[in-house]
Each structure stands twice: as C-alpha cells, then as structure tokens.
Unconditional design. Structure first.
Length: 431
C-alpha cells in the first residue's frame, strides 16, 4: 500500500492520545469494556449512511474482546421497505461476526418527509424502550448511541447501569438539517432542538465528526464534553487497487437522498460532456430520489451518466477502484450539521474526490490539511465539472492525491485508532 511517509497536522480533529503508537495498534492491544451495548437505528446489512461505520465499530469492539450487543431496526435503509427475509422477525436475534444483533419492528419512511421519518423513528424507539422495560435488553456499564436519530440517544440513557458510561455519537445534527433542508416547520425544528440539547446533556460524553459540528452543538446549549473523532474505515478491507481498463470515470456511491444535493451532479454532467466527452459518470446507490434523478437525467439527455445499484460489501474495494475520481456533493445549508463518512472510505481507497462545500465547513478544513481532494463552491456545476476534468486528465496528480489521502487514513482513521479513542471515553479516560 502506498506510503509517502507524510506527517500531516490535524487541527480540525482532536489529536489521538496514543497509548503507544495509535496508528500501529492492533485491535487486540486496545483495552475495552467487558460488555458494550450500541443503540442505533441503522446497522448491517444496510450498505449506506451510518450503518457501515457503526457495524465496523461494533465488530472491532467484539474482536478486541468486548461482549458486544447492538440494538437496532430491521434493515430498511436507504430504501423504503424492510429487507427480504427480515420482515417476519425470524432474524430479530442473531449473532454475526461476534456481535449479538437485536432487531425491532419499524415502519420505513416513504418519501423522506418529516412526518414519515417521525413515524419511523417513533415506532422503532418505542420498541427500544419496551425492550428495556420487558428485560429483553438489560443495563450495561458501557453504552454507545448514534444520532442521526436523537431518540436513540434519549433511549440509550435508560440502558446505562449505575456508575456506567454513555457516549453519544452525533453523525447528523437533526435540528440543523431539518431547518436547513426545509423539513418541518419552525415549531418542529424548535422541538427537535430542545430534545437534542436535553438528551445530549444526559450523556457522559459526546463524539462529533468535525469541528464545525462541535461549534453547532455548543451553540445549541450542549455542555457535556464534546470530542471530535473523524469517521473511520476498515483500512485492511478498503485499500488502493489499480484502476480497471475503462474510460475516465467519476463515481458517486451512496444514498440517493435530499441532503446529498445530487441535482448538482446531474448539472455537472452536462458541463463535463463538453469538457471531456469521453468521460462517464456512475451514480451508484438507491433511495427515495432514485426515480426522480433518473427521470431528470433522461430529460436532460445525459448519455454520459450511468445508474447502478450499490455494490455488495464483499465487492466494495473493487467497486471503489472503478472511480478514477469520486464525487461527494453536499447541500451547502446542511454541511455544518453532518460529515460524510464516505469521504474517509474514498481516501482509504487511494482515490481523490471532488466535493461541493463552503469555506470553513468540515470537508473544506480537511482539504486544507491533507491535500487529497478538491472543493468547489456549491451550486456551481461548471466549477465542479472543471475540477473533475482536471483530475481525470492528470493521472499523476490524482495518484499523488490518493497517496496523501491513504497516508492520512492510516494515521488518523483506521479501526484500531477509532477503537482506542472510543474505548477510552467508555472507560472514563481522556480520548
């Protein structure tokens, strides 16, 4: 694997307090709690969103020796129905990769609106609370919860044993995203904001993925310690591969959801066809906007755009290699409230990407540190197309950027580094 022996500063993330050399730690060398409960609405086999990262974290704790349980939903994301084989409840309690997965019924959100999401999250988390009340899941000395649903954080407090530790991981700040994306009225956003503040201040520690997210939570009134830990990736499973024999390719892989701002990619595709006619764009994913995006691409006559389903997990590394350049579009109004985990996976694969983001956002700050990708202004598809064409037409530059990205991941965002830092928080040590 490429290693330029680059030593990178990381001002946007808390610097790991290494027990020895964090980047060289193996999972079995990390002291972990004896038992751990993770409360999250998304988990394996869901292929996008927060599920891959949480799955990797849970399996890392299990591999390090923690008796690990996950409380989650029957899988449904990023589609709008429960996966085949799970709806009847026959797989509601199952051990996979050393992790006991306890699943509960939910009503997947259709259409992506606020009402549908509230029904989905309300039904699921009422089930979580009932599982605690009925003794299906007991109290634990170490509890991790994940927010893109603040209800997961609120419910997780019920599972903490006396004297235990609850660490809340905030992937998305729901009140900020809801307000920025126009989901729900002012009263709904205000209610979510109050719930976030109350639930997070009951946790023992909070983890966010970027410095801007920490600032937003502090402005929200969160007073508990907030730690910045970037998204992590299994760097042994995702690593640089040679590019396949194919035309120059830009790749988006992930959910087809509103916050991604994928309309920008379609507009960019029209400009890229002029700048580099031989290039193609793969949009690989699924979600509520899939048919809308396909219809729009047809109406625009975008013959350089190809839609494909998400690759299976065991083919992820090969699928990542198909992108000479990856695409990480974002809606600008939501960039301060979320940090795309896919960015770190792309860096692990040794590929550069082009992101749409504002100065001062999490990705803009990371780009200035690492020099492994390019940022362009949101809603400026011509600028995005020019950045993509520049990288596609200069393989040596793209390769050098990919090496810098891989070096940063190995130093800052591997499973062992993340496990070490989360374990410290759960054990009451400084992260």
């Amino acid at each position: 694997m490429p290693d330029d022996s680059i030593h990178l500063r990381q001002p946007a993330f808390d610097r790991p307090a290494s027990r020895a050399s964090s980047g060289s730690l193996s999972l079995t060398e990390v002291p972990v709690p004896e038992e751990l409960l993770l409360v999250a609405q998304s988990y394996w086999p869901e292929p996008a969103g927060s599920a891959p990262m949480m799955t990797d974290l849970a399996t890392a704790f299990a591999a390090a020796g923690a008796e690990t349980t996950v409380l989650t939903a029957r899988p449904n994301y990023p589609g709008n129905k429960v996966y085949d084989g799970y709806a009847d409840g026959s797989q509601d309690s199952k051990t996979v990769d050393g992790v006991l997965i306890e699943r509960l019924h939910t009503i997947p959100p259709a259409g992506g609106g606020m009402k549908a999401r509230l029904i989905h999250e309300g039904v699921l988390h009422a089930g979580f609370a009932a599982a605690r009340a009925r003794g299906r899941i007991g109290r634990h000395a170490a509890v991790l919860s994940l927010c893109p649903s603040i209800l997961s954080v609120a419910v997780a407090n019920r599972f903490k044993a006396p004297g235990g530790r609850h660490v809340a991981i905030v992937h998305d700040i729901q009140s900020g995203l809801a307000g920025a994306l126009g989901m729900g009225g002012k009263a709904a956003v205000k209610a979510i904001r109050a719930m976030e503040c109350r639930a997070l201040n009951r946790a023992d520690a909070i983890v966010v993925l970027s410095e801007p997210m920490r600032g937003v939570l502090e402005e929200l009134g969160v007073t508990k310690p907030i730690h910045v830990i970037p998204p992590h990736v299994d760097a042994d499973a995702v690593y640089p591969l040679p590019r396949p024999d194919q035309p120059p390719t830009a790749l988006y892989s992930g959910a087809f959801a509103r916050k991604q701002g994928l309309e920008q990619v379609l507009d960019m595709a029209g400009h890229l066809a002029e700048l580099m006619p031989q290039a193609r764009i793969k949009l690989r994913g699924q979600g509520g906007l899939e048919e809308e995006l396909k219809s729009r691409a047809r109406a625009m006559g975008l013959v350089n755009v190809i839609f494909q389903p998400l690759a299976p997990k065991d083919q992820l590394n090969e699928a990542m290699a198909e992108g000479d350049v990856h695409l990480v579009p974002q809606r600008p109004e939501g960039a301060a409230f979320a940090m795309p985990g896919k960015a770190v996976t792309i860096l692990a694969a040794g590929r550069p990407f082009v992101s749409t983001c504002l100065p001062g956002s999490a990705l803009a700050t990371l780009e200035a540190q690492v020099g492994a990708f390019l940022c362009t202004p949101p809603e400026e598809p011509r600028a995005m197309a020019e950045a993509v064409a520049a990288l596609l037409s200069d393989p040596a530059r793209a390769t050098a950027m990919g090496r810098r990205g891989r070096a940063w991941v190995e130093a800052n965002a591997t499973r062992a580094v993340a496990l070490d830092r989360y374990a410290r928080l759960l054990l009451g040590e400084a992260a």
